[in-house]
Design a protein around this ligand. Sequence first.
Ligand code: HGY
Ligand code: MN
Ligand code: MN
Length: 412
Amino acid sequence: MLAVSLPRLKDRLLALARFGALPGGGVTRMCWSPPHEQARAWLLGELKTAGLTTWVDPAGNVFGGLGLPRVSIDAPVILTGSHIDTVPEGGILDGALGVIAGLECLHAIRESTTRPPRPLAVAAWSDEEGRYGSLFGSRAFCGRLDAAAIATMAAVDGDRLVDAMGRAGFDARRAPEAAAPRGSVAAYVELHIEQGARLEEAGLPIGVVDSIVGVRRTRVVFHGQADHAGTTPMERRRDAFLAAADYALKARDLVVGRGGGRAVTNVGVVHVHPGASNIVPGRAELVHEMRDPDPDVLERLARDCEALAGEVAAARGITVELRPLSATLPAPCAPRVQAAIEAACASLGLASQRLYSAAGHDAQNLAGVTDSGMIFIPSRGGRSHRVDEMSDWDAIERGANVLLHTLLRLAA
Ligand code: HGY
Ligand code: MN
Ligand code: MN
């Protein structure tokens, strides 16, 4: 039975981990940054070593193809992949696992006598972590990029997408040209770490994803009044940070209380202005993120939080403005792909369980253009988006073999 080479898979994962490696472990490899662009060049070399046709599209997505010159409508491709960009101080597997395991699967197939009837390809999608705009590369590939928004897309620190892509040698305005022709992808399956603890706690080796959460990010800006931190009487202050803190605490309780049990929320970015210890904060900006597998729940919670922001501001005599940053739609995974994953597990004697993904993924964009699905492997302690994110190597090998036999089934 065809199998992946764990030594080769491990070597490539550890080699990729060197780009943006942090002294204490983990990586910072944001899309379009120098470490990311060095990793891109390295990946293109590895794809070529594996004997694949390689190309990069106008959105910076990297492809390796087996049995096809390009993604073309006349030969719908079975696609796998993930991303090589990371969050700041992230782990070495989030995204990288799906790209390197996909490469390994195509490499193993090419070395074998197996010749699937359909062509296969592996993709590394740009900026999955959404530093400049969520799921950017796969959104462009799936024709979901709003061309008019490109000029204003920026990271929370103000770095514009047009400039970041320019530094990496890309013209951001051309990104919409990456849209693949309708029907050019016959199916998509992505291997990813679960980034949570459900599989590990259930003692299960494989998760078959049945739906992927939607993620909404909103910039919430409270406008109070800067004042002297010593001479201004407490009752006269219009402290924007206290309003933001009040909102964040109440929004958490609102989402947990009214979300139906699967909704989660987080404020991971806070800016206080002017940002000196002896000035009462005049302005406080939050990036407020909410997630749920049900789009209607997400929509209702977003409206409730908007009303909450207004109430908090009014109670404190200040104003607030909400600017939506991004909103991905929750996506169901295709039964055909889930069935192919479960059949692959059965052929490998592996138990599996269906579960929803509480993380967002490129597969939710691919669900808009083809049958799309995901394979999860357990994360040690459920840890992810932190430098000690890791999975056992035998779990990695099992996941890659399930991916291999899922691809072969879909390509039959
Ligand atoms: O944030 C997420 O859900 C994913 O890791 N990009
Ligand atoms: Mn991630
Ligand atoms: Mn990821």
